[in-house]
Design a protein around this ligand. Structure first.
Ligand SMILES: [Zn+2]
Length: 418
């Protein structure tokens, strides 16, 4: 008690004051010297790269890196509101967490969702901010062509022609309106495709939109198919033939792309379960249990129920007197009920083996004006939706596409930007 009193006596007070002044001066000098050193430390910050896998959550990852619960909530809300990110995607998203050193808190988060989306979150003075970083890309047109070899499939031939797999799926999706990939593919058929290729710094990253498809089927029934992508003023796009008639049909022959037929339409078939002759009013497509079943065309669900023959089935009413039936589903798609309006390609249920069925498959029926028709041969109405002004514009676009096709056929490495 006494000693401490002495320390704060008048004599000592001056000494302490000088000492404090000295400490402040040294600290100030130290700060000036140390500050650039800290910047260097920032540049050489500690980074953790995380490939998001199944079961990972943003909050789980961030809390394991000592980000507070309050900050995690803030970050999640900002990602959703400002960046359109509502969760992590397994096997595609990459998270990079940065901090100034091993003991410092995380002050920068980079979320990469595929090659075209990057979000950066920065923490300055305890305040987080988020921004979507735009990635500069070049897009050019590419023409690829191929010929179906003996025993070859369309998808295999297209992949061997160096068309990216995602683009091959898109092409199959459009051709499925005209082509039955199980029965119509023959050796010698030739195709050419014009599509976009996206590049970063001259390196090809992925394929973009399909611009044109030509497919010489050598089939009397189908002939030479041509499809051109055309976008209307409102941004709605479609595929049209050379004259501007809709190449996309109101219904698909094969709702599940690429599925093979295990049983054809047959008015006099011996039923595999019942044993006696009973008409097979539809087509059976082989598919694994749980495979998604898309609606063959736009329409309204008129039945969604179970019966002992069809098992779980959905019936959709379309325009022009057409109806489609999808039977033996393992389960229905949630939210698809009687009265629901569905778009073409919208998932309505999942392949199964409910009802009178020997194994998982999709039993698909098309009914035209009340009578069952063969889905593989029935003629579907086109979606013709170009008015006179749009048709004039389409013909100009088609001429430019044809020019690009010819130029690239002569010189495949030509750079035609989009
Ligand atoms: Zn069947």
């Amino acid at each position: 008690m006494l000693k401490s009193k002495n320390i704060f006596s008048k004599n000592n007070f001056m000494r302490i004051a000088i000492l404090i002044a000295c400490i402040i001066a040294v600290a100030a000098i130290a700060l000036i010297v140390i500050k650039p050193a800290r910047r260097i430390a920032t540049a050489a910050s500690v980074e953790t790269h995380i490939q998001v896998s199944a079961g990972d959550t943003l909050s789980g990852i961030l809390s394991s890196h000592n980000v507070s619960g309050a900050d995690i909530n803030l970050i999640a809300a900002m990602l959703k509101k400002d960046c359109g990110v509502s969760g992590l995607r397994a096997n595609s998203d990459i998270l990079v967490l940065q901090k100034k050193d091993n003991d410092a808190p995380v002050d920068k988060i980079i979320l990469s969702s595929g090659p075209w989306k990057r979000v950066e979150l920065n923490c300055n003075d305890g305040q987080w901010s988020a921004e979507v970083v735009s990635i500069a890309k070049d897009t050019r047109l590419v023409r690829r062509s191929g010929k179906i070899p003996q025993g070859g499939t369309f998808s295999q031939t297209a992949i061997e022609s160096n068309i990216p797999i995602g683009t091959v799926y898109d092409i199959i999706n459009y051709l499925a309106f005209e082509i039955d990939f199980e029965r119509d593919i023959q050796p010698g058929q030739e195709f050419a495709v014009l599509y976009e290729e996206n590049l970063i710094d001259g390196k090809v990253i992925d394929g973009g939109r399909v611009i044109a498809i030509s497919f010489d089927t050598h089939l009397d029934r189908r002939g030479k198919l041509k499809m051109y992508r055309f976008e209307k003023a409102g941004g709605k796009f479609g595929y049209y033939d050379e004259e501007g008639k809709g190449a996309i049909k109101s219904l698909k022959r094969t709702p599940i792309d690429g599925a093979s037929i295990s049983s054809k339409f047959n008015p006099n078939r011996k039923h595999p379960v019942l044993g006696f002759t009973r008409a097979h009013k539809g087509v059976d497509f082989r598919a694994a249990s749980g495979t998604k079943i898309p609606a063959a065309g736009a329409g309204r669900v008129v039945k969604r129920e179970y019966n002992s023959g069809y098992g779980n089935f959905v019936r959709i009413r379309h325009a022009n007197g057409f109806e489609t039936v999808y039977a033996h589903m393992s389960k229905f798609q949630a939210g698809v009920n009687v009265g629901t309006t569905v778009s073409q390609g919208q998932i309505i249920g999942y392949v199964g083996s409910t009802g009178l069925s020997t194994g998982p498959h999709l039993h698909y029926e098309i009914i035209k004006n009340g009578a069952h028709v063969n889905p593989m041969t029935v003629t579907f109405p086109r979606i013709d939706d170009l008015n006179a002004a749009e048709k004039t514009e389409f013909l100009k676009v088609r001429a430019r596409i044809d020019e690009a096709l010819t130029a690239l056929a002569n010189n495949p490495v030509l750079f035609i930007p989009m």
